[in-house]
Design a protein around this ligand. Structure first.
Ligand code: NAP
Ligand code: ZN
Length: 375
């Protein structure tokens, strides 16, 4: 079997890893732009650690803290303007997938004049500002992928770009930043990570290396299931201690390396529809869809599903379905009109995506959506 494996990001993991490696910032220049969401980075200690490390190294910084969840294209152009105005040398993304993805596009647009209509088509040159990533959620793995996923009103969904130049140079992984994260965000992001690993195995680009990483990522997710269950049942984050948080962070990073090689499969493609129209959180959307999609894959590729279930230590897809329902709680109410629109949108997006070993037909997409939402 032929495959490529490429992962140029230096991963540095451990408590206080930013402060104990502050000298690494120096090689990227004299002025940094921090890219964050509106609030969390200021509260969870990550922004303070980055600023202290920069100050220790005599590096100036500016902060762009206007990235919203599911970032828009406009936000990335604003951030790029800000980077140009302040003449920054490199970008430090601090936050969940939204700030990390937006920061990547800002790093690209700060160095290259790309019209909005050409943003997703490329190819783009290699000239981008260096990117350093500090994930503060454990889900997207964006710290080790070249992907940036933006809300795209033209196709009423989300679109990704991922030239190799957008791999972060360094990813700093410190689970302490996640200690106060809500049960809901923890569960949604953990399921996103699981979905990356499982979907990676279900893509046409799955390889020896990506499958090995995916199985390890899923095994770590499995280890965290009892704590996730308890946190949901009690609506209490105290069981999600530093040990569990670190497991989830490693699970997410490994799954990120998987999708950096394989891309995602039909679950993500369909999930974007739910996020775009119904504002369903990214990881939650994947969690709602994954068991149903795996049932479809099982019909053609039973061994593949058996391998994923073995890594999960779960007997069958009914059990996986029950686990997702338990973790995600009550499903959204979707009207018949909404359903018709979503199915048409998801089928259209999906048809253009041939990355899955089992590509659902339009009828399959309709049947899955209806079954999941009971319509
Ligand atoms: P997110 O949209 O980055 O953040 C969700 C929420 O969590 C925000 O309210 C954020 O607050 C908060 N938050 C972040 N860190 C926190 C912490 N440590 N404690 C408490 N709250 C915290 O969510 P995400 O799930 O990480 O990222 C989703 C995005 O990533 C989507 O756009 C998705 O398409 C994309 N994605 C990218 C890849 C990739 O490979 N690049 C893969 C999968 C998904 P603030 O806004 O205040 O920061
Ligand atoms: Zn995802």
């Amino acid at each position: 079997m032929s495959y490529k494996y490429h992962m140029p990001t230096k991963v540095i993991s451990g408590q206080d890893c930013i402060l104990s490696n502050s000298e690494l910032f120096k090689r990227f220049g004299k002025k940094a732009m921090l890219v964050t969401g509106r609030a969390s980075a200021k509260k969870n200690g990550s922004q303070d650690d980055v600023i202290q490390a920069l100050q220790e190294q005599g590096i100036e910084y500016v902060v762009f803290d206007q990235v919203m969840a599911n970032p828009t294209i406009a936000c990335t152009y604003q951030g790029a303007e800000f980077a140009k105005q302040h003449d920054v040398d490199f970008v430090i993304a601090i936050g969940g997938g939204s700030p990390m993805d937006a920061a990547k596009v800002m790093a690209l647009l700060a160095r290259q004049d790309i019209k909005e209509e050409n943003l997703f088509s490329g190819p783009h040159g290699d000239d981008v500002l260096p990117i350093i990533a500090v994930p503060t959620t454990a889900g997207t793995g964006s710290e080790v992928t070249p992907y940036a996923i933006l809300t795209n009103d033209v196709i009423e969904s989300k679109t990704s770009l991922g030239p190799e130049s957008l791999f972060p140079q360094i990813a700093f992984l410190d689970a302490r930043y996640m200690l106060e994260m809500s049960v809901e965000t923890t569960v949604n992001t953990a399921i996103d990570a699981f979905s990356h690993a499982a979907e990676g195995m279900m893509t046409v680009r799955a390889s020896l290396v990506s499958n090995a990483l995916a199985k390890e990522s899923i095994a770590i997710f499995t280890r965290c299931i009892p704590a996730l269950r308890e946190a949901v049942a009690k609506d209490d984050i105290s069981v999600l201690d530093l040990h569990v948080r670190n497991d989830l962070l490693q699970c997410s990073m490994l799954a990120g390396i998987v999708i950096a090689q394989t891309g995602t499969a039909a679950v993500h493609a369909m999930g974007y529809t739910l996020t775009y129209f119904k504002d369903i959180d990214h990881g939650r959307a994947n969690g709602l869809l994954i068991a149903e999609y795996m049932k479809l894959v099982e019909e053609e590729k039973p061994q593949l599903i058996e391998d994923i279930l073995a890594a999960l230590n779960i007997a069958d897809l009914t059990e996986l379905d029950a686990l997702m329902c338990e973790l995600l709680g009550e499903k959204e109410v979707i009207s018949e009109d909404e359903m018709v629109k979503y199915i048409a949108n998801a089928a259209r997006i999906n048809a253009s995506k041939n990355n899955s070993q089992v590509t659902p037909s339009d009828d399959d997409v309709g049947a899955m959506f209806r079954k999941i939402f009971g319509l």
